[in-house]
Design a protein around this ligand. Structure first.
Ligand code: DGL
Length: 274
């Protein structure tokens, strides 16, 4: 891997703003690293698309990120991690990591009673990937998945603390409440944003797992293990770059509300060209 520039940025992508929850953790844990973020706001949601479509979108985004000379890629989207990670890893000459393995591992370690719930998009839940990975780690674990598709557009609309979001989340989560789970994986990168609503509805006794934190830790180890950690004190100029496929201004203000520093600019690109 010595041909990869360790001072190059890390590429991070999602269908929209959800992956910013992962970018935020990367910035917190690795403040020296540079970052290029892409949100596919023109083609969101991914959660209700077919596997073939999500693979095609992910491959296009990776081709775009490579034009920005990234040194590693984080698939900061559970749906793309579930459907496309294997395909994109196979084609890639730089490290690529998803968010599912890290989240599954943390949940298996966190549960006391062996009953874990997962909320995610229709794609992530129907792929069964969380259950598969968790059962590999601990075969007798009981996993209940629940797709919560309407939470993504609500988050994209910024309705994080709103009675509509409360009502919809409450309907989705009521099913999980009867299953005596003690651990709930926020298996969509949009869901940590209405975390306080989910926390209130599930109660204090349920451990909420946000895979973003462990994904950033996994990335940190991966970079260190491949001698790809960047040098400290690189120029601040252009340290974080943001791209979307639509609605750049809306993204800029949302990103500023989530990230530790102000996002000054988001550029719109035509992702279909890649
Ligand atoms: N944030 C994404 C995920 O983690 C996708 C949401 C969507 O586009 O449906 O699954």
């Amino acid at each position: 891997m010595d041909r990869i520039d360790r001072n190059a940025p890390i590429g991070v992508f999602d269908s929209g703003v959800g992956g910013l929850t992962v970018a935020r953790e990367i910035i917190r844990q690795m403040p020296d690293e540079r970052l290029v973020y892409f949100g596919d706001t023109a083609r969101l949601p991914y959660g209700s698309k077919s596997r073939a479509t999500v693979i095609r979108y992910s491959q296009q985004i990776i081709r775009f990120l490579k034009t920005r000379k990234v040194k590693a890629i984080v698939v900061a989207c559970n749906t793309a991690s579930a459907y496309a990670l294997e395909a994109v890893e196979r084609d890639s000459d730089i490290p690529v990591i998803g968010v599912i393995r890290a989240g599954a591992r943390t949940a298996v370690h966190a549960t006391q009673n062996g009953k874990i719930g997962i909320i995610g998009t229709v794609g992530t839940i129907s792929s069964g990937i969380y259950t598969e990975v968790m059962k590999q780690l601990k075969p007798d674990i009981e996993v209940t998945g629940k797709a919560c598709p309407l939470l993504v557009p609500l988050v994209e609309e910024g309705l994080l603390h709103d009675s509509v979001t409360d009502e919809i989340a409450s309907r989705y989560l009521s099913e999980l409440k009867g299953r005596y789970i003690d651990t709930l994986v926020l298996g969509c990168t949009h869901y940590p944003l209405p975390r306080s609503t989910i926390r209130r509805l599930m109660g204090e006794d349920v451990t909420l797992v946000n895979p973003a934190y462990e994904t950033a830790m996994e990335l940190k180890q991966l970079l260190a293990g491949s001698s790809l950690t960047c040098d400290p004190g690189l120029p601040e100029d252009g340290k974080y770059q943001f791209f979307v496929s639509d609605l750049a201004e809306k993204f800029t203000s949302f990103a500023t509300s989530i990230l530790p520093e102000e996002v000054k600019e988001t550029r719109q690109i035509n992702i279909e060209e890649f």
